[in-house]
Design a binder for this molecule. Structure first.
Ligand SMILES: Cc1cc2nc3c(=O)[nH]c(=O)nc-3n(C[C@H](O)[C@H](O)[C@H](O)COP(=O)(O)OP(=O)(O)OC[C@H]3O[C@@H](n4cnc5c(N)ncnc54)[C@H](O)[C@@H]3O)c2cc1C
Length: 378
């Protein structure tokens, strides 16, 4: 008996694995080398119904829970972790609108996000506001019934594809989140996709607002105080970091399979290298830490609906731990593969590059520790 997942969730997991094996694994290498675009991959996800998993059914989504979403991301990220990053961005916009949007915003955007007609992107970070998001310098100036956005956002995942940006900006001293659904223009300039270490199947772009006018109705939800906006930002990160934790588990699980296979197959000194205790211990540690990361990630996802007061804590724990496991054990996989671990012909080096980056975005590992000490009341 599986204590954690229901029979229905286990059946869905089978369906997710089958979809990924048929639709994503065959193009994973081309996605990483950018010979196939994220647009093509997201269109496959949209046809499979995987862009509206947590959108309520009345708005055209599947009405799944965060647990089912992380099961999907875990399966997806084993093939292409960058797509897990793209989903973290897309679903964090969905989360904001479901939780805090007005009825008009829900009706205007959710069904289009669920169908993939609109891809969501979270545009919070700036050159001078990384971990310290409150330091954003983008301004949102009220002008009659309009808001004028001015400033530069950086490293925006899905920036080149998105039809809806959640933008963090300041109106005087007040932080607020604004929903921007404008196409690129002279006042919304989308930069080129940045070359990066890993997670290359997701685009990351700079975004510049040059006195860009939007309706004041595009303020997320109703106007709230600074502390309330911080809760909204937390809501974005709690879900997106649980998604990243699931992607890290996918990376850890996939590298474990590759390492075990290679250890059995490779012979040195007259034996399969799996006979050496030094290799056996790496695999044993890899298996236990991957499983621990998985359980922590499912625990975080479960608390999203069932224990919301604990979600912030478990999301931080899951992100920090799973990312560390993905980074460390994908490095050990490269070690077990030896020279082949360095080859771009095999997926191990890509999983290693992707694994490292899970420690950086959606809040670095150090920032998760800051959150955890706050949760301890220290
Ligand atoms: C692949 C990728 C995708 C991204 N996608 C997006 C996106 O879609 N939208 C978006 O808005 N942003 C995105 N980002 C930006 C991301 O959110 C930031 O990189 C992240 O928040 C860290 O900020 P920073 O890079 O400015 O590092 P900094 O904040 O400058 O931190 C540098 C170092 O100092 C440490 N540090 C900072 N503060 C503390 C502290 N209080 N205690 C201890 N250590 C600390 C950090 O942990 C880090 O190791 C992305 C980044 C990457 C790499």
């Amino acid at each position: 008996m599986n204590t954690f997942l229901s029979d229905a969730q286990l059946a869905l997991q089978e369906q997710f694995l089958k979809f990924v094996a048929e639709q994503i694994s065959p193009i994973a290498r081309e996605l990483d080398s950018e010979k196939i675009s994220a647009k093509e991959a997201l269109s496959r996800l949209s046809k499979g119904g995987y862009l509206g998993m947590t959108v309520p059914k009345e708005y055209g989504g599947q009405g799944h829970s965060a647990v089912e979403l992380v099961l999907f991301v875990e399966a997806l990220a084993a093939a292409s972790a960058g797509l897990g990053l793209a989903l973290a961005s897309h679903y964090s916009v969905i989360e904001l609108i479901v939780k805090y949007g007005t009825e008009t915003q829900k009706s205007r955007y959710l069904s289009h996000l669920a169908s993939g007609e609109l891809i969501g992107a979270q545009a919070f970070g700036e050159e001078m506001a990384g971990s310290d998001f409150k330091a954003v310098q983008t301004t949102a100036r009220l002008e009659n019934s309009d808001v004028v956005l001015t400033g530069e956002k950086t490293w925006v995942v899905n920036g080149d594809l998105a039809g809806l940006f959640a933008v963090l900006a300041k109106d005087g001293e007040n932080l607020g989140i604004y929903l921007v659904d404008s196409a690129p223009s002279a006042t919304v300039v989308v930069g080129a996709n940045k070359a990066k270490l890993g997670l290359r199947s997701a685009g990351t772009c700079d975004l510049t607002f040059n006195n860009h006018k939007i309706s004041a109705e595009n303020y997320l939800g109703v106007r709230v105080s600074g502390a309330e906006v911080e809760k909204q930002v937390d809501a974005v990160f709690n879900l997106s970091k649980t998604i990243v934790a699931a992607a890290a588990v996918g990376i850890a699980d996939e590298t474990l399979k590759f390492s075990a296979e290679r250890a059995l197959m490779r012979e040195q000194f007259g034996h399969s290298i799996s006979k050496f205790q030094g290799i056996q211990w790496k695999l044993a540690d890899h298996s236990v830490e991957t499983e621990a990361a998985r359980l922590l990630t499912y625990r975080a996802a479960w608390s999203h609906a069932d224990e919301p007061g604990e979600f912030r804590k478990y999301a931080a724990m899951a992100k920090m731990f799973a990312a560390k496991v993905a980074r460390f054990h994908s490095g050990e996989a490269v070690q077990i593969f030896g020279m082949l671990g360095a080859s771009t012909e095999l997926p191990v080096e890509r999983l290693f590059r992707d694994g490292k980056l899970t420690e950086v975005f959606e809040g670095t590992s150090e920032i998760q520790k800051v959150i955890l000490k706050e949760e301890l009341g220290v």
